[in-house]
Design a protein around this ligand. Structure first.
Ligand code: NAP
Length: 329
């Protein structure tokens, strides 16, 4: 029995080692990001943390946009010590911590104001923060559904507040989404006969996976919407792209699961998922590599999102809804 358990453990470890070596591409080009400033939302955990560290190690000034001061300070300390451990003369950026809660309108306004006061250029804005599958339909300000507000509306507002800077500084807006967006279908609005995202606020029904997947399709629709707006402005090289990291070992998808489901899912993540460092590689690619406005990336190359995410009526309807919802925010 003991030998069997040891063999099983050895096979599992060997499998994970091989899988880690073979799963997901690493962006190995050593492009220097010295002199660049990059904001990363949700920078204290998972993909956002690893991306911030890697960007700073490549020379960028990274603004860690976090909602929890202690978690943000701990992330900053860990990145600072990685930077300090670099050899003398090696590329070394820096990290700053700024508070940002995407479910709080005032916090977003304060963040945008503080960032402007730094007088730094904005080279890239990584819209990474997200909550995963919240078990129940929770509300912000007793009005707005939580998943949609944190993942979509908060980022929409942040982009709106920084828009003139984005245009002037030729910023890359990089929206982190998920291939789960492919599970959502658009519906036809009976009034206009145009397509739109169904039940934005999950008022008719709430299922955790559906709410999350819908927010991720909304992320791509908005990324495309900004791409179209930017392409219509002369004299800017600002662009907007979206990207997915693949299946990654972070707390995002398991945080709200009951005990046994959490452990089962974590086991699946260990067997099939990437490390957070591997998961952040496409973020680094999008910040560093020549990329194209409006495209969707995965595994450090261009990929095809769902046809729904390209629907122009749905893009327009979503941006109008976000505009209206800001009044209730
Ligand atoms: N993990 C995957 O398999 C996977 C797959 C596809 C796509 N993605 C995408 O990858 C991105 C990063 O996810 P992850 O896996 O790295 O998850 P994670 O480790 O849970 O990180 C999520 C981050 O978002 C922050 N956040 C949540 N709500 C916020 C709010 N209201 N205001 C500000 N920050 C907030 C969290 O802060 P706290 O620590 O304070 O909660 C955390 O820093 C997400 O956009 C996700 O949709 C992940």
């Amino acid at each position: 029995m003991g030998t069997l358990a040891l063999t099983a453990a050895a096979v599992l470890i060997g499998f994970c080692f091989v899988r880690d070596r073979t799963s997901g591409r690493v962006y190995s080009e050593r492009t220097s990001l010295a002199g660049q400033t990059i904001i990363v939302t949700g920078a204290n955990s998972g993909i956002g943390f690893e991306a911030s560290k890697e960007l700073a190690l490549r020379g960028a000034t990274v603004v860690l946009a976090c909602r929890n001061r202690d978690a943000g300070a701990s992330a900053k300390r860990r990145i600072d010590s990685a930077l300090n451990a670099r050899k003398r003369g090696a590329e070394r950026g820096r990290v700053l911590l700024e508070m940002l809660d995407l479910t709080d309108k005032k916090s977003i306004e304060k963040f945008a104001e503080n960032f402007r006061n730094l007088n730094f250029p904005l080279n890239a804005l990584v819209l990474n923060a997200s909550i995963g599958m919240h078990p129940t339909r929770a509300l912000v300000n007793s009005k707005l559904e939580l998943c949609f507000t944190s993942n979509v509306l908060g980022h929409y507002y942040l982009v709106e507040l920084l828009w003139d800077k984005i245009v002037e500084d030729h910023t890359r807006i990089i929206t982190v989404t998920s291939s789960l967006h492919k599970y959502v279908s658009l519906e036809v609005d009976p009034a206009t006969l145009k397509k739109r995202l169904p039940d934005l606020q999950c008022e008719l029904s709430y299922r955790p996976k559906e709410a999350y997947a819908k927010s991720k399709l909304a992320n791509i629709l908005l990324a495309h919407h900004w791409a179209r707006q930017l392409s219509g402005i002369s004299n800017t090289r600002a662009m907007s792209v979206s990207m997915h990291p693949g299946l990654v070992m972070t707390p995002l998808l398991t945080r709200y699961l009951p005990f046994w489901k959490k452990h089962l899912f974590n086991l699946i993540l260990i067997l099939l998922g990437k490390t957070a460092w591997k998961g952040c590689q496409t973020v680094i690619y999008c910040c560093s590599h020549p990329i194209e406005n409006g495209k969707y990336y995965g595994n450090c190359e261009e990929e095809e999102p769902s046809p729904e995410s390209r629907d122009e009526d749905a893009m327009q309807a979503l941006s109008e809804s976000c505009r209206e919802l800001l009044n209730a925010f």
